[in-house]
Design a protein around this ligand. Structure first.
Ligand SMILES: [Zn+2]
Length: 241
């Protein structure tokens, strides 16, 4: 498997790329670039929530705690005021960091169901649902954040698979195929449950139609405008002459 540094750099790189595309196509305002890169980064480290190494799971739950606590506190501060809002912030962080972490530490198996495509999709639905219902975002914006999280998650699974191939020794490690998977024949019932959860996740999430429409009509210009090329040509001629 790839180590934490590789996952962090990979996810931030993919986050910067996706955010640049969303920014230039007006799907996301420039002021949201930081949060969109952070969302990809969060997705990029999330699968290692099942890691047997305690630093990885602690870091994931620290980040997860902040990601959950801040929006919850922002929503709570309106009706409750600053002091109680800060209390909610601490309580939400502590719940995720010290309570939700317990079953993960004891029950999860590394490269188990957390390293799988259906889990990634389920989490995309969760992010979109939280964004729409918790933060009052429209369906398009909510799904953009869901998809950004998914891009990070998928990057993690791909990197893990890439690190399963030992190019120097021309061999494939035993972990090959244990990250980027749709199903595991040894775990039929748990996967059935996971797919049922995914169906429920889609039903709860806002309709993804707006994101599909936006992606279909996405027009990305690959080459510079004619006047820019002309200007470069003139500049090159002047330099030569
Ligand atoms: Zn991993």
């Amino acid at each position: 498997m790839a180590n934490f540094g590789v996952h962090a750099v990979g996810a931030v790189g993919v986050g910067a790329f996706c955010s640049a595309i969303l920014g230039t196509t007006d799907l996301l305002p420039l002021t949201d670039m930081g949060s969109s890169i952070s969302m990809v980064a969060l997705g990029g480290i999330m699968p290692d929530v099942d890691s047997e190494r305690s630093e990885a799971i602690t870091l994931v739950f620290n980040l997860l705690g902040i990601s959950v606590a801040v929006p919850v506190a922002v929503v709570a501060m309106g009706p409750l005021g600053l002091l109680a809002g800060l209390g909610v912030l601490v309580a939400a962080f502590a719940t995720v960091r010290f309570v939700l972490i317990v079953p993960f530490r004891s029950m999860t198996v590394h490269r188990g169901r957390f390293h799988s495509i259906p889990t990634g999709l389920l989490m995309c639905c969760g992010v979109a649902t939280l964004a729409a219902r918790g933060l009052d975002m429209g369906p398009l914006q909510a799904w953009i954040y869901g998809a950004l999280f998914g891009a990070g998650f998928l990057t993690h699974l791909i990197l893990d698979e890439m690190y399963s191939v030992d190019l120097a020794n021309c061999r494939i490690k035993r972990s090959m195929g244990s990250a980027l998977k749709l199903f595991d024949r040894d775990e039929v019932l748990p996967y059935l449950g996971l797919y049922l959860l995914l169906l429920a996740g889609f039903a709860l999430a806002p309709p993804p139609g707006a994101l599909i429409d936006a992606l279909q009509s996405l027009q990305i210009k690959l080459m510079p405008d004619e006047w820019v090329l002309h200007y470069i040509e003139q500049l090159a001629q002047r330099t030569r002459g």
